[in-house]
Ligand binder design. Structure first.
Ligand code: NAD
Length: 431
């Protein structure tokens, strides 16, 4: 039976934070709905001390951002974007249109249709998270979305050059320097200066994730991709304390609300990792944030065996799951709830976050129970169609349909079927 050496914040404490965020977002969305651009501008000044007549960056401003980067920065961004684009293309090519004759004379099919406009949020409050530009803008473009809008907040009082360069290099059609709820709302609801999009995608802090959640229905969203979470599954054969602690803190530095959990079969590894976390927290440059996350949300769990680790990991349904055990493939074969798996010590979450090619926009807060992460499929609608080729097929399906409509008491639906039976089958249906 598993036992906890360290527990994270209580469910009540987490619920209270969520309530506060929900209320703030509700109020701000109503304000933007009522006052449009005026409210957006006031909120941008209030939360980001950022004021402009137009938040859209001009071509000259975009080029100026690109020009501030050195050639190696540009090559690194290009390398990451190539990996993301290549994998997205392979995923898109795996989505086949279908057309099949399911009964003699009955043809059913589906087509994959890209959405017309996507709004890609790139987070940039605490760090200029340029990687999110590759993940959403490139993926939307590979999916075939013609209008890709992207927003990122100002960083240290101005557009973050690396984010803007990544947005432009990824192929964005409109780039705005606008952050938080106001950015998500402007893209989702639309204002005089930003036409509304069909889907909002991309990660962000709790306010951004909640704004997307509240706008869902009026506009599509990719998934609930809030504050980063990581789960390290480890044993003494696949891992050591230094690796485990490094991988926990590498994600805890995202924000003070980022849970990092160690799940292991070894009490010894658990204790050593906790000591190593303390040692690293003395020297990590981002230790202030990582310390708060670890103290409030860090957990250490010791389980009996791999099977129990799978059960607990599926219950946690973490965004990232790093597996460093004797047999990582056991977890690939058995786990069902995770945003992304990182199998073996040679890879890690940072590779996925920045460069390797899988998408880093991933489900949080247990959303991994019902969705994977962002991918081309989120920008594509699978729309069905049907055709009936012969009179016989129309009359045959019509008779079944007529009787089923009668069972439901749907006279109008029934008559749609009956008229086909009479017209194409040349017989009456007694319903
Ligand atoms: P962000 O861009 O998400 O948020 C910054 C914006 O939040 C600011 O522009 C401001 O307008 C707004 N804001 C700040 N405080 C506010 C308040 N009190 N009320 C209303 N609005 C407020 O950048 P961030 O804050 O650095 O957060 C990035 C987040 O993205 C982190 O939590 C990180 O873990 C997460 N992330 C998640 C994934 C994923 O796939 N789930 C991937 C990468 C990053």
């Amino acid at each position: 039976m598993a036992h906890w050496i360290k527990r994270g914040a209580s469910a009540e404490a987490k619920a209270e934070t969520s309530r506060q965020v929900r209320d703030t977002v509700e109020e701000i969305l109503a304000d933007i709905e009522a006052r449009g651009d005026d409210a957006v501008r006031e909120l941008s000044i209030r939360f980001d001390q950022w004021d402009r007549d137009s938040y859209r960056l001009t071509d000259d401003e975009i080029q100026a951002c690109i020009d501030t980067l050195n050639p190696q920065d540009i090559r690194d961004i290009e390398f990451a974007q190539t990996q993301v684009r290549n994998f997205a293309r392979i995923q898109r090519d795996s989505m086949k249109d279908v057309e099949v004759e399911t009964l003699p004379g009955v043809v059913l099919g589906h087509r994959h249709l890209p959405l017309n406009a996507a709004g890609c949020y790139v987070p940039g409050g605490k760090y200029p998270l340029l990687a999110s530009a590759h993940m959403s803008v490139i993926t939307a473009k590979v999916a075939g979305v013609p209008r890709v809008v992207t927003c990122a907040p100002p960083f240290q009082g101005k557009p973050a050059p690396a984010i803007v360069a990544a947005q432009a290099m990824a192929g964005a059609d409109e780039i705005y320097c606008l952050g938080g709820i106001q950015a998500v709302a402007a893209m989702g609801i639309g204002t005089r200066s930003i036409a509304p999009v069909d889907i909002l995608v991309g990660p962000g802090n709790a306010f951004v994730a909640e704004a997307k959640r509240q706008l869902f229905g009026r506009v599509g969203i990719d998934l609930f991709a809030g504050p980063t979470e990581t789960l390290v599954i480890a044993d003494e054969i696949g891992c050591d304390a230094e690796l485990a602690a490094t991988d926990l803190l590498g994600q805890a530095e995202h924000g003070p609300d980022s849970p990092a959990v160690l799940l292991t079969t070894s009490e010894k590894l658990a204790r050593e990792t906790m000591a190593e976390v303390e040692r690293l927290l003395e020297i990590l440059p981002t230790r202030d944030i990582a310390r708060r996350a670890w103290d409030a949300f860090g957990e250490v769990i010791v389980a009996e065996d791999d099977a129990e680790m799978v059960r607990i990991a599926d219950e946690i349904a973490s965004e990232h799951v790093q597996v460093m055990t004797a047999d990582p493939d056991y977890f690939l074969a058995h786990m069902t709830n995770y945003g992304a798996l990182f199998l073996g010590a040679r890879t890690n979450v940072s590779f996925g976050d920045k460069v390797i090619g899988t998408n880093h926009t991933l489900p949080t807060k247990k959303a991994a129970r019902y969705t994977g992460g962002l991918w081309v499929g989120k920008f594509i609608k699978t729309c069905t169609y049907q055709r009936v080729l012969t009179d016989e097929a129309s009359a045959l399906v019509g008779e079944y349909c007529s009787r089923l409509c009668a069972l439901e008491g749907f006279a109008g639906h029934g008559e749609q079927a009956n008229i086909r039976v009479r017209r194409y089958g040349h017989r009456d249906v007694p319903y």
